[in-house]
Structures are given as C-alpha cells and as structure tokens.
Design a protein around this ligand. Structure first.
Ligand code: ARG
Length: 462
C-alpha cells in the first residue's frame, strides 16, 4: 500500500497529484455531510441489529458519527482533497477517532450506493424547501389577484393589444403555472423517496442486511427494487432539474413582463426601491435588475438539464465516474431556483400596480373589436360576417384616428343596419371584461371563484 488511500491496497504507486485534484469532489460534495452521516448511522445500526458487527461496535460507530456531525456543524472539521469525496473524508475521520472499528462501517456497502443515498436524502429535503418557496410565491400572487381583481388592463397576444382583462386575472395565470410546478415536484418526490442502499457496488452483498429496516429508519417509502438500477439511476435528478427548469421558465416569463411593465413606455407597475437598482452614470435610472437576473439565470438551469441528460445517455450499467458530474448541476440548480424564488416573492409583493395607467392604456388599440363583432353575432349576424364588418369599421376609424366608441351611430350603420344605440354600452371596456363571466375568465365573479379555489388549494398544501 503506497499512501493513505482507503482503497490503496492493490496500488504500487501513489495517485498523480493532477489526478487527485481532477477527480476529487470534496470541494462541492461536502454539502452532503449531514446526509452521509445520517445514512451511515442507519447503516451501522442495521449492521448491529443483524449481528454483522457487534451491538457494541454499532453503538461506538453511531456515537462517533454523531460527534463528527456536531464537530462539522461547529466548523471544527477540515476536509482533505486527498480523501477524494465526502464519503471517504468522513470514514477517514471516523477511523482516526475510533480506530479499527471505524473500518467496519463500510461492510456491506459501497460508495456507489452511499452516494446515491446521500443525493436522494439531500434532494428530498431540497424539494421540500423549493416547494415552501413556491407556496410563498402563490400567496403573493393570490393577494395581488385579490387586490386587483377589478383592475382593468389590456390583455395581449403577439404583444399587441387583444382583449381587456384584469391585472388580477393576469396574476392568476401565473398562480396556475406555479401550482403545476409544485405538483410536478410532489410527483418527483415519489420516485426520489426510495432507498438505494443495499445495492452496494452493483450486486448487493453476501451479508444478511435488512434494507427495509434502513429504509424505515431514514423515512423512505420503499427500496430501489433492482441493485444495478439503484446505483446507476439518476433520472430522479433529471426530473428535478426539469421541474426546476419549468419554474425558471415561468419566473422568466413573469420577469420579462415586469421589465416591460416597469418601463416608461408601459408604466404599468412601479418596483419598490428596495427591489430595484440604479446606474453609475445615469442619475434618473431605476432598473428592474432582479427580474433581469432571474430571466438570465434561467439559462444555467436549462444548461444543467441538458448537461445531465448528456452525461447519462451513453453510460453502461452500473456506476461510472461520469456520474459524479450530477452533483454540481444539481446543487447549482437547487441554489438558483431557491434564490430566484426567495427574492421574487417580496419583489412582487412590494411593487405598485398603477391602476389608472393600466386602465387608460387598455383603451386604445381597438381592444373592444371582438366585442363589437360579438354584438352583431348576438343579433344573428354570422360571426365570420360580423368579423369582416368590424374589420372594415376598424379600418375606417383608424383612418380617422379615433376608436370604435368615438364613431357616430350613422357611421356604425353605414357598415351594418343591425347597429343601434346600445352598441356604445356593449363595447365599453368594463363591459367587455364583465361579459366574460365564464369559468377561467376575467369577469369579477369568475376571478373571485378562481381566487377562492386557489385559496382552498393553498390551504391544503400546508
Ligand atoms: N464521488 C463519487 C460520486 O460522486 C462517489 C462514488 C464513487 N464511487 C466509485 N466507485 N468511484 O459519484
């Protein structure tokens, strides 16, 4: 044996320093320490119960592991690059502290199932943390929707004014997106919450281990049912990053709207000073940097998704070192999505919605043209024909530089004799919103019902 490597027995030469640095993961996988120790405690306990090691040895291991955990948490432990990863660092410290019994911990275990276990435990905790942050976003969105359930604004398609809605209705669209994101994570938890430990290197073990006991100790719903799959599957990570990528897509779309809405051209919202930043040269500037940065950060999460898929796609079963690359992608995804959600919710909560501005801006752009067509269709003009008549009216009004509501009744009647005085009331923008009292629609009762069902859903998640 050449140096102090835990696996050094068959080696005649030390690892080249370049290789040691290259393959060491301790710089990033040390964040798994808590889960590694938690897993080792459950494993040692099981080894003792099964008589694979003595009860006394198991008790010594458990106690020493608990002490190491406390020492790491107190900042008293330094990890070594030479000990490669978090698993071997902790085993090394354990053996230094308790001597030969420390060397028994790895009986009936491999780093392959150990690392799979650690990531699953880590991910279960982080999924729940992300879900809590999503619920905070949902709270803010529902509150905004309630405050602005009657704040009329333009709805857009192709970023051209389309039909009037309310700001509340617009916020509820995002509420639905984040609700699906939350539910996707709940679904991902089901497949993450299985114990890989006991798969060992790839083919389980000759020792009479009790996987179900360990699963129970660690709070898993069950065990990975094939040992090769248990150590080589990382699809739960892909699923998580995919769910995170969609969260970032939704945040990024809302960011884009916030950037637009806070511009002088729109002026729909005013961000709180605490959630905007200035320019080093232009004194007047107040920039929506938070929204821009979240929009920008979505790119790294999409990159991690593709990176992880690509890393996995050509790997023969079972474990391959390529899989160590899952970690930085996963950790950075968790970090990015958590930080983004954390800052986004209070930014939304503190922004001011300029109700008068959004209402005034909703008026132009022939936003009531569909309603004018509906007016005719409701009076038995076939919709296609009505569409064409209003198209001609829009052209006529546009040439005059006025809106439909500014035309005189004789002008309306030049295009169709069906028009009468009540058309003016029919195409008022408040009326256009109120007339869409359909489930999922923008009219006040429909929005109130959507808020109510959102509240019920939110209350059920706690
Ligand atoms: N650091 C490794 C990883 O993250 C742990 C598993 C190593 N197993 C092995 N046989 N080299 O994947």
């Amino acid at each position: 044996m050449t140096d102090s490597k835990l696996w050094g027995g068959r080696f005649a030469k030390s690892t080249d320093k370049l290789v040691e640095d290259f393959h060491s993961s301790i710089s990033f996988d040390q964040i798994l320490y808590k889960y590694d120790i938690e897993g080792s405690i459950a494993h040692a306990t099981m080894l003792g119960r099964q008589g694979i090691i003595s009860a006394d040895e198991a008790a010594q291991l458990v106690q020493a592991l608990q002490e190491i955990l406390a020492d790491i948490e107190a900042g008293h432990v330094e990890f070594e690059v030479g000990a490669e990863d978090i698993h071997m660092n902790i085993e090394k410290i354990l053996t230094e502290r308790v001597g030969d019994v420390g060397k028994k911990l790895h009986t009936a275990r491999s780093r392959n199932d150990q690392v799979a276990l650690d990531i699953r435990l880590y991910l279960m905790a982080e999924i729940e943390a992300v879900q809590q942050l999503l619920l905070k976003m949902e709270r803010v969105l529902l509150d905004l929707a309630a405050r602005h359930k009657a704040s009329v604004m333009a709805g857009y398609t192709h970023l051209q004014k389309a039909q009037p809605i309310t700001f509340g209705h617009h916020m509820l669209a995002y509420f639905q997106m984040f609700r699906r994101d939350y539910e996707r994570l709940t679904d991902c938890k089901k497949r993450t919450n299985l114990l890989p430990l006991g798969s060992c290197a790839l083919a389980t073990t000759t020792f009479p281990i009790d996987r179900r006991f360990v699963a129970n100790e660690l709070g898993f719903d069950g065990i990975c049912e094939n040992s090769l799959d248990g150590v080589s599957d990382r699809d739960f990570i892909v699923e998580f990053i995919n769910a995170a990528a969609l969260i970032m897509v939704h945040l990024s779309r809302l960011s884009e709207e916030i950037v637009l809405w806070s511009s002088n051209e729109f002026g729909y919202i005013t961000l709180d000073d605490g959630y905007s930043t200035g320019s080093s040269i232009m004194p007047q500037k107040k920039n929506p940097d938070v929204a821009e940065l979240v929009r920008g950060k979505s790119g790294r999460v999409f990159g991690h998704l593709l990176g992880t898929l690509t890393m996995l796609k050509g790997l023969p079963l079972a474990y391959n070192k390529d899989m160590q690359e899952d970690k930085e992608a996963l950790f950075d995804t968790v970090d990015t999505v958590k930080k983004s959600l954390l800052v986004f919710a209070p930014m939304l909560d503190t922004m001011r919605v300029n109700k008068t501005k959004i209402h005034d801006r909703a008026k132009g752009g022939f936003i009531n043209a569909t309603d004018a067509a509906d007016y005719l269709a409701a009076r038995k003009v076939p919709f296609r024909e009505a569409h064409s008549i209003i198209g001609q009216l829009v052209k006529y009004a546009e040439d005059k530089g006025v809106g439909l509501e500014d035309l005189t009744l004789p002008e309306f009647q030049q295009f169709s004799a069906v028009f009468s005085e009540d058309v003016y009331d029919y195409i008022k923008i408040e009326k256009c919103v109120a007339a869409r009292n359909i489930p999922g629609g923008p009219a006040l009762p429909a929005v109130e019902a959507a808020i109510e069902s959102g509240e019920i859903w939110l209350a059920a998640q706690k």
